[in-house]
Design a protein. Structure first.
Length: 275
């Protein structure tokens, strides 16, 4: 008599022990997310370097360029104009990809692949911790802007959307370091993934509005997704609920998600195949 027949005769039990059921996707996701979030709070020193860059650039840019920009008439309020840039710098490249590399090198990730846990949950659980991290990073940058006199025409609701909008961009970009982590398993390669952001950051409306750009920079900025994300963030501060502008920014984020998550998924499949 086969094992399957024995199981059927005892009503779904093998001997006296009930057969384990596979956990739901939500359970898999929550399990990975809890571990990743605990890792965030175990590494508070992670937030200090991540805040230095946006705060430094914001203060320096405002101090050095505010009078020139406002005197030229290209920007009415340079502090408000630069705050979205600071948020983009704060949230871009923030991920648990470094922790993923540690898990790969220690063999923990390979052991996870031997379990019935659903593969998408392995990445999405880490990104739940990323979402918490980027929200925590946007708060002090936003408070700095408010202290310096930036005011939101959209009020408190606009501030909340402002943080969520920036966080969505941070998650969209996070797919790139995860793809590198899964492909290489190399911490140096993951740390260098921030270099990918520089074309996004500077070939756009970082210092001037889109209508003031000329030549090849204007052309590149037109196709740069950060241009539309910055426009959405700036609208929340200065223009109000400009739904077309906000939708264009969300569309740009979705386009980046499609590319970055596609690369991360392909890297995941490759690692599983090699394993």
């Amino acid at each position: 008599m086969t094992t399957e027949t024995n199981v059927e005769q005892v009503g779904g039990r093998l001997g006296d022990e009930p057969l384990a059921r596979r956990a739901s996707f939500a359970h898999d996701l929550a399990t990975v997310a809890r571990r990743a979030i605990r890792g965030v709070f175990r590494e508070p020193e992670f937030f200090i370097p991540a805040l230095i860059t946006p705060v430094f650039f914001y203060i320096v840019n405002v101090g050095a360029l505010q009078d020139l920009a406002q005197a030229s008439g290209t920007v009415d309020d340079f502090k408000a104009f630069q705050l979205p840039v600071a948020i983009i710098f704060a949230v871009t490249g923030v991920s648990r990809a470094g922790a993923l590399v540690t898990d790969i090198q220690s063999g923990y990730f390979d052991r996870l692949l031997l379990t019935p846990i659903r593969r998408p949950a392995l990445l999405l659980g880490l990104m739940a911790a990323d979402f918490l991290s980027v929200i925590l990073l946007t708060i002090p940058v936003l408070l700095l802007g408010l202290v310096l006199g930036v005011s939101f025409t959209t009020g408190l609701a606009g501030m909340v959307v402002f943080m969520l909008y920036g966080a969505l961009w941070g998650l969209a970009f996070a797919g790139f370091p995860y793809a590198i982590a899964l492909k290489t398993g190399n911490p140096a390669a993951v740390n260098s993934s921030f270099i990918l952001f520089f074309p996004f950051a500077f070939l756009t409306t970082t210092f001037l509005p889109e209508e003031a750009l000329t030549g090849w920079l204007a052309t590149i900025a037109t196709y740069n997704p950060v241009t539309y994300v910055l426009a959405g963030l700036r609208a929340l501060i200065s223009d109000g609920w400009e739904w077309d502008t906000l939708a264009a920014g969300v569309g740009a984020i979705v386009a980046v998600v499609a590319v970055s998550f596609g690369l991360a998924s392909a890297a995941m499949r490759g690692r599983i195949a090699r394993g």
